[in-house]
Design a protein. Structure first.
Length: 117
């Protein structure tokens, strides 16, 4: 099975998917950080397409950057200046040709991630 990458974001404070969050994907090679794409989450908190499709998949180190502060502002979460969480980078490795799912569970003052299925 060819490898690919997916993600989704859940707003745990509001108990719903995080619609409208911008997510960027970077490939990390040594000190080089290459931007691969930017996507926005849909009403289900997922991207409409795989964030790294099978035809572009390579093992290695990647970084997902979640623009949480802009999402929290748009969702009318009471603001503080500066926001405790703004931009959340998650750097991870993909070592085999497989489906990797890297979700984000978000609240205004904390987040969690894991390798999902």
């Amino acid at each position: 099975m060819p490898g690919y990458l997916t993600t989704h974001v859940l707003d745990t404070a509001r108990g719903c998917p995080a619609e409208g969050m911008r997510i960027e994907l970077f490939r990390i090679e040594g000190e080089a950080r290459t931007h691969l794409r930017s996507l926005t989450t849909n009403a289900d908190g997922r991207t409409d397409v795989q964030i790294l499709p099978a035809d572009e998949f390579r093992t290695g180190t990647y970084e997902l950057v979640f623009h949480a502060g802009a999402y929290l502002d748009a969702s009318r979460t009471p603001p503080e200046e500066p926001r405790f969480l703004d931009v959340i980078p998650i750097r991870f490795g993909m070592s085999e040709e497989s489906h990797y799912h890297v979700p984000l569970l978000l609240s205004p003052f904390g987040f969690a991630t894991y390798r999902g299925s």
